[in-house]
Design a protein around this ligand. Structure first.
Ligand code: ADP
Length: 614
């Protein structure tokens, strides 16, 4: 299937070796620290506390048992019962338990707060990065996978990594304190404790790596699943899904993908847990071996009963601390692998735009294309070849050509959404690449055929045309008047403040032609843009309405450059310069009259359409 890519080479992260992969721990820490310092410090302190308290508990527990035994012995020997020591110790134990519970609660509170803040922060980082990228990058499937992966997992991973790091510290502190107590029994006991956990640990890291690779390789499939979900469950697709009866087919495809992925998941889960069980048995054997050993020591009276209970508890808890430590390390390894995808995305090189010029040397030169060629990344054929073009202020240009001939591509190059492979495009005598991004954007107002229909207020849908006046009702009205959308808007229930789209309460839907008028008004929001481009935004209107709009448009843009793509000759003929494009090349150019006289491609198409209207 087209969207199924075979497993690629292993990710850098794993090839750089086991330790190299922990390099993101520091960055995750930094991220958490800079997100909220207070919470991080609180978390650290509580973690240390939660680490030491269990050992203290075990120790006091042992003292209690020995105190009880001593008290009962004293009672037998002298008949006097003194419970003061026992009660004091019990009270201390209770305080320790309360403190431990408090610390654990505090830890989960800090984590919950940090999770919310961190999730938001990482998502914002991802979106901010997305804003700096070029259109071409979004259209690149591999890049898109990176983005999706980063978004899906990475917002929970930094906290998870930090949680595990703190968990690791907490358990290390516990283990150390257990060790201090346990070493009095025997250093060997400490060694057994540590070594018994290792096999399970190695299994864990290995399987983490495998799970990650699985996650990475399958991202095209997960993306297809996400896409199918959107197709099946979004209002804009429902019409076709219903009428074409696509539902069962697409759902079937959705299920197939799941089953394919599930098989691999299941195999991995079974292996992971199978090995986990077998290797975990080693730990159990060690525990019960130590149990017997400690019991023997107590029977031989080398240790007191209180000490016996303490050592047993230390051993049992020590073992769970060791396995917690090892699985924390395994988990950190996994989190690091996932974070590597986040940073891989965040570090995607941005095409450098140190271009800072806001003005060209020849302000009345307009736009020039000089030998411009362009091929879409990965495409086998050029979309545009050897384009030479000059449009002066006050002129209007119409682009004519069949679908796929390259008209929209030309506009994308002009607006610097893509950059030419060869040749250059000049505005006011200066290469587009030297223009400062914002200065360039200010100059050009474009409405594409597939303009966005935002589920915002009608007014805001016009306001998007110039972010500075996004919420400026005065400007909306002015632009709507020029775009001839005012009549439609005044008919809406809340006028300019009517919500559009079905996602929100009371949202209104507009017809295709009505939307186009909204889009057209958007172009007029840019009052200071002196280049206006309409890429077939009026295709849903009838020919007469389109011609009227363009005439009106022309009047309003007299000193500016107007570029228009249309299939309607009634509109096209009004342009001062007409360019006919075929297969990415300009084949004819001139005014309507000149082209008709030339009796070429244009003339043929024109008479065909004119015949249709007779
Ligand atoms: P027109 O606007 O004249 O209908 P376009 O400029 O949209 O034509 O497309 C010109 C050619 O470039 C077509 O062959 C089309 O398949 C290809 N093309 C358009 N957009 C992309 C894209 N984003 N990625 C790859 N190829 C594209």
């Amino acid at each position: 299937m087209a969207y199924h890519t075979p497993p690629g080479p292993p990710p850098d992260a794993t090839t750089r070796g086991f330790l190299g992969v922990f390099r993101y721990s520091r960055r995750a820490m930094d991220l958490v620290w800079t997100t909220n310092r207070l919470l991080t410090v609180a978390l650290a302190i509580l973690t240390l506390l939660a680490g030491v308290l269990p050992a203290a508990m075990a120790w006091v527990g042992a003292l209690i048992i020995d105190a009880v035994i001593a008290a009962s012995k004293a009672a037998q020997d002298s008949g006097v019962t003194s419970m003061t020591r026992v009660f004091t110790l019990v009270a201390i134990e209770a305080v320790i338990v309360a403190a431990l519970t408090g610390a654990q609660r505090g830890i989960s509170l800090c984590q919950a707060l940090l999770r919310a803040q961190l999730g938001q922060r990482v998502n914002v980082m991802i979106l901010e990065k997305a804003l700096t990228l070029e259109l071409a990058q979004f259209e690149d499937a591999e890049f898109y996978d990176k983005l999706t992966r980063a978004r899906r997992e990475a917002s929970s991973r930094p906290l998870s990594l930090v949680k595990r790091t703190f968990g690791l510290v907490q358990n290390l502190v516990s283990l150390l304190s257990y060790g201090v107590l346990l070493v009095q029994f025997s250093p060997w006991a400490v060694a057994v404790l540590l070594i018994a956990g290792l096999p399970a640990f190695f299994a864990e890291t290995r399987f983490s790596g495998e799970a990650f690779r699985l996650f990475r390789w399958r991202s095209p499939e997960t993306r297809m699943q996400l896409y199918l979900e959107t197709v099946l469950a979004r209002e804009d697709n429902v019409k076709e899904v219903k009428l074409f009866g696509l539902g069962p087919l697409l759902l079937g495809r959705y299920r197939d993908i799941f089953h394919r992925l599930y098989k691999a998941d299941r195999a991995l889960a079974i292996r992971r847990d199978g090995w986990g069980f077998v290797l975990g048995l080693i730990g159990t054997v060690a525990l019960y071996g130590a149990y017997a050993w400690i019991a023997v020591a107590a029977v031989a009276s080398r240790i007191t009963l209180g000490q016996m209970t303490m050592y047993l508890m230390l051993f049992r808890q020590g073992q769970s601390a060791v396995s917690a430590i090892l699985s924390a390390i395994g988990g950190m390894y996994e989190d690091n692998l996932y974070l590597s995808t986040l940073y891989e995305f965040l570090e995607t090189p941005v095409i450098s735009t140190d271009a800072s010029k806001e003005r060209g040397p020849r302000p009345d030169d307009g736009i020039r294309f000089e030998g411009v060629s362009f091929t879409y990344p990965g495409a086998s054929q050029s979309a545009l070849m050897d384009i030479d073009l000059h449009i002066q202020p006050g002129e209007s240009l119409a682009l004519v050509g069949e679908n796929g001939s390259g008209k929209t591509t030309l506009i994308k190059l002009l607006t610097r959404l893509y950059r030419p492979d060869q040749g250059r495009i000049l505005l006011d005598g200066m290469d587009l690449n030297d223009w400062q991004e914002s200065a360039l954007r200010q100059r050009i107002g474009v409405i594409f055929q597939d303009f966005s229909r935002y589920q915002f207020l009608v007014g805001e849908n016009i306001g998007v045309g110039d972010v500075r006046y996004f919420e400026d009702e005065e400007r909306w009205r002015e632009a709507a008047g020029k775009g001839m959308a005012d009549a439609i808007i005044e008919g809406l229930p809340a006028g300019y403040n009517t919500q559009l789209g079905k996602w929100f309460k009371d949202g209104q839907e507009l017809s295709g032609g009505e939307w186009q008028k909204i889009a057209l008004s958007r172009a007029f929001m840019r009052a200071d843009a002196d280049i206006l481009v309409l890429d077939e935004p009026t295709a849903s209107m009838d020919a007469a309405a389109e011609a009227k709009i363009f005439e009106h448009f022309r009047k309003l843009t007299q000193k500016r450059i107007a570029i228009l793509i249309s299939h309607r000759f009634s509109t096209v003929r009004m342009a001062s310069q007409i360019v006919v494009i075929e297969n990415g090349r300009i084949i004819e150019r001139g005014s309507h009259e000149e082209l008709v006289k030339l009796d070429g491609h244009y003339a043929r198409l024109f008479s065909l359409q004119a015949a249709g209207y007779k």
